[in-house]
Design a protein around this ligand. Structure first.
Ligand code: PMP
Length: 444
């Protein structure tokens, strides 16, 4: 495949951008393809090659690349009225009202500009509200490029996972394995009165897609309630993606105190939000004392894009479409994996999917062969990856260096590492899905 234009652009980029990119996951090997434009469910690279796209901007593009006319019109009218003002606008109120109407645990919101900003502010809020410093996070979870969660290790010995983060930040972070109720209970027994919050993705979406075991989030809810700590769901990926308008918290029937949003609610523009109970959200300045602010927060163009995207999704049954295609992909992949690579796992839910290049523990060949799926209909979850460490044990090199490359050669653009979720959009068709399954079959 000819990628001369991309190679030349990368060569220029290396002179002026760190690693030639503006987000580390984009630096694919041997060099990234540069995108010229999107088209429905496809992207077209700088050399004119077209790929079926399941990266979808790493999640924001619920409607795909070609936005419906009414979404484009809403965006354009806010662009031509002047992009932003430093004063409030009606569209911010409308998007907040839409979210509050649909997510029962969210009574109020503060908009910000990225998922990272949302988790930073949610943690400050939890610490300010409780007067405590420690935050419990899940190993393998991702909450953005922020110092308090770029922490690795376990409950006994946490350390920054990047240079530039003071050791003292990690002292306030307690990473525990996802789905391990015993460790969660132990950590609360030992540190209950120092813990401000538990922060977790309801479904790990940045580490292979891992589902909670039955009752796990309820255990976190009970523990936080018993110890006067807050439960924060990071729904930056799952919000308005999994469980339709109610989010993953609706699926698992657990109400967190705070929820962070991003991605889909900005309709493809930079966004984040912290939502939750009034008694907490009102503690942000200027209603309360806990500082929160931002030049671009509630940006009218972003708000219009998000609002019109969600309205369109409601009126056009977008979730029915993307979830049906997601299910078809997982079912088809399960059959292919059972046949070609029974040691692998098909994971996902609704419009999220991934093939993880491992099973779990010793049951590699029995319980899972036959195509166990780690999704809403899987009854053999026991033998699927359950936490970050299980996914770390996957054949990540094979995924990145062979499988991903080969899929790209065959015209299918997947997330370039083993860990990140892939997404179906409203623009994908049954034909795209069948073509994709055929490609998976050949490449696997
Ligand atoms: N939280 C989660 C669960 C995420 O998946 C991400 C980004 N992938 C973030 C936070 C950070 O969001 P952003 O990249 O918009 O800062």
């Amino acid at each position: 495949m000819n990628r001369d234009q991309s190679r030349d652009l990368y060569d220029r980029a290396l002179d002026v951008l760190a690693g030639g990119v503006n987000s580390s996951v984009r630096a694919t090997q041997p060099y990234p393809f540069f995108v010229q434009r999107g088209d429905g469910a496809h992207v077209i690279d700088a050399d004119g090659t077209k790929y079926i796209d399941y990266v979808m901007g790493y999640g924001p593009l619920l409607l795909g690349h070609t936005l419906p006319d009414r979404v484009v019109a809403a965006i354009q009218s806010h662009v031509s009225d002047g992009p932003m003002y430093g004063a409030p606008t009606e569209v911010e109120v409308e998007l907040a009202e839409f979210i509050v109407r649909h997510v029962p645990s969210v009574e109020m919101l503060r908009f910000v500009n990225s998922g990272t900003e949302a988790t930073v502010s949610a943690m400050r809020l939890a610490r300010g509200v409780t007067g405590r410093d420690k935050i419990v996070i899940m190993q393998g979870s991702y909450h953005g490029a922020q110092p308090s969660t770029l922490v690795e290790g376990g409950p006994e010995s946490a350390a920054p996972s990047s240079p530039g983060i003071p050791e003292s930040f990690a002292e306030h972070t307690i990473p525990i394995p996802f789905n391990d109720e015993e460790t969660a209970e132990r950590v609360f027994t030992e540190h209950g009165d120092e813990i401000a919050a538990v922060l977790t993705e309801p479904i790990l979406g940045n580490h292979g897609i891992v589902h909670p075991v039955e009752g796990y989030h309820q255990t976190l809810r009970d523990l936080t309630e018993a110890h006067d700590a807050l439960l924060i769901f990071d729904e930056v990926i799952t919000g308005f993606r999994v469980g339709g308008f109610q989010g993953a918290q609706g699926v698992f029937d657990v109400d967190p105190d705070l929820t962070t949003f991003g991605k889909v609610i900005g309709g493809g523009f930079p966004v984040g939000a912290i939502g939750g109970k009034t008694e907490y959200i009102e503690q942000f300045t200027p209603a309360g004392e806990i500082f929160q602010s931002g030049t671009f927060s509630g940006h009218p163009v972003t708000m219009a894009a998000g609002l019109e995207t969600l309205r369109y999704a409601a009126e056009e049954d977008v979730y029915d479409h993307v979830n049906a295609l997601g299910r078809r992909l997982r079912e088809g992949l399960s059959d292919i994996v059972a046949d070609r690579a029974p040691e692998y796992t098909v994971a996902g839910r609704d419009s999220m999917f991934k093939v993880i290049f491992t099973r779990r523990g010793e049951s590699q060949t029995d319980a899972c062969s036959g195509g166990c799926r780690q999704d809403e209909s899987c009854d053999r979850f026991e033998s699927c990856p359950k936490n970050g460490a299980d996914v770390d044990a996957a054949a990540t090199d094979r995924w990145e260096r062979l499988f991903w490359q080969e899929m790209l050669e065959e015209g299918v653009f997947l997330t370039a590492n083993q860990f990140e979720s892939q997404f179906v959009s409203a623009a994908h068709t049954e034909a795209d899905v069948e073509e994709t399954l055929e490609t998976y079959k050949n490449v696997l």
